[in-house]
Design a binder for this molecule. Structure first.
Ligand SMILES: *Cc1c(COP(=O)(O)O)cnc(C)c1O
Length: 422
């Protein structure tokens, strides 16, 4: 029997909803492998590579593989529209891309000025380049961190053109170490928050406040971007956020600039923010690299929505904070209402380089056996953990409006399976 033509085979897969050229790719691969029947499976694998909203049942609030902070419902135009990204609507003249989203974030954080770039790594790269290229930046050996994805402070420093002057030791760095390193070529002192590790034991580090007294501008790479340590949007300071550096307080302690991510504890879209002294923010904004690192209008719209929520005192309603503050009791009763699997107490986490090593008490459902692949194949895909022979779904990171679809998926995974005793 002659093998089917590529085109005919591709057409037979049209119900999968993929564009024809992608179906042709799947058909061609299947025929080349001598197994035309595999075309449907191959097309399915292609479809699974498409970017789409998923349900995060891992209990990790800032899951890097799932885009970190959950994307909230935010205003989308009902028709094809443009945005005043760089148009001043009052004058009709050229406006600034940093006016709306970043300006509002500066206001919310008590900073003189701010700009937004593509991500936290871009923010620190731009600051080091604009302020430090051809000069020296002083940093403690205890803070030469590597964040995920190959972001290493010494390498970012090297690509910025600033000379890194390391001071102190891994576990102990004193003010005198910084002081001795200062000279004519010093552009700044850099403090980097050790987001994903802790140095414990015989340790000593210098505060931003002490560093600020030395003279050169202090740049603080905060990473997680908690806007205000007193979390007024949650009704006051939260014990579970203790130790997390915050934008407002770090600036008040004397940092000239802070950098942080938009999609960690800010709860917004992927972005990097540079906030602080107006003259230094302006130098960053004027640098040619800023043009290469700028975010687009969609991101700015989402970031502005986030900033406005903080300014209105309504940030508790941002999906990240709504999820973070759910009580374990409410999660347990949602888990029981799903009607599948057994209700279990779980330990979630912040993730995304915030609160390393700290667990977030949580609750959800346990199902005997490994159903992770079946849940990922659900529409929308559900990402769960497998541990100790059971599939665990943590409801903290699941929006309650998704409970129904999660319940259906669980029921289909576990026809008649007994609840797992934990
Ligand atoms: C996360 C983090 C970064 C990188 O930010 P991205 O938004 O991931 O680019 C830089 N520095 C610190 C301290 C971080 O925690």
């Amino acid at each position: 029997m002659r093998p089917p033509s590529v085109d005919a085979l591709a057409r037979s897969l049209s119900d999968l909803g993929l564009p024809h050229p992608l179906l042709v790719d799947a058909a061609r691969l299947a025929i080349a492998a001598g197994d035309p029947g595999s075309a449907r499976g191959r097309a399915g694998i292609l479809a699974a590579t498409l970017l789409r909203p998923v349900i995060n049942a891992t209990g990790i609030l800032l899951h890097t593989n799932l885009g970190r902070a959950p994307a909230g419902p935010f205003p989308t135009p009902s028709a094809a529209r443009y945005a005043n990204v760089e148009l001043d609507l009052a004058t009709g003249g050229r406006g600034s891309r940093d006016r709306h989203a970043a300006g509002l974030l500066a206001r919310a954080a008590g900073a003189e000025a701010a700009i937004a770039v593509n991500n936290g790594a871009a923010a620190i790269l731009l600051v080091l380049t604009a302020l430090g290229a051809g000069r020296e930046v002083v940093v403690s050996r205890g803070e030469l961190v590597e964040i995920g994805g190959g972001f290493r402070i010494p390498e970012v420093m090297a690509s910025s053109g600033a000379s890194m002057v390391e001071v102190g030791t891994t576990n102990r760095t004193r003010l005198d170490d910084y002081r001795r390193a200062l000279g004519d070529r010093t552009a700044a002192c850099l403090k980097v928050h050790p987001s994903n590790y802790r140095i414990v034991g015989f340790t000593e580090e210098v505060t931003v406040q002490e560093l600020a007294e030395l003279g050169p501008p202090v740049i603080a790479d905060l990473g997680s971007g908690l806007l205000d340590a007193s979390t007024p949007w949650l009704g006051g300071p939260q014990r579970w956020l203790a130790g997390e550096p915050a934008v407002r307080q770090t600036l008040a302690e004397g940092a000239a600039l802070v950098t942080f991510s938009g999609d960690k504890l800010l709860g917004g879209p992927q972005a990097g923010i540079i906030a602080g002294r107006a003259d230094l923010v302006a130098r960053c904004a004027r640098h040619p690299l800023a043009r290469a690192l700028r975010p687009g209008g969609l991101i700015l719209l989402h970031l502005q929505h986030t900033a406005l929520a903080y300014l209105r005192g309504e940030a508790a309603g941002l999906p990240l904070w709504a999820m973070a503050t759910r009580t374990v009791a409410s999660l347990r009763s949602r888990a029981a209402a799903l009607g599948a699997g057994g209700v279990v107490d779980l330990a979630g986490a912040f993730g995304g380089g915030s609160q390393p090593g700290r667990e977030l008490p949580s609750a959800g459902v346990a199902l005997a056996g490994d159903h992770a692949a079946a849940l990922r194949a659900w529409d929308p895909p559900i990402v769960a953990r497998v541990s100790g022979g059971a599939t665990l779904l943590d409801l903290r990171t699941v929006d309650p409006s998704d409970d129904e679809v999660v319940g259906k998926a669980l029921a289909s995974c576990s026809p008649g399976l007994p609840a797992l005793p934990v």
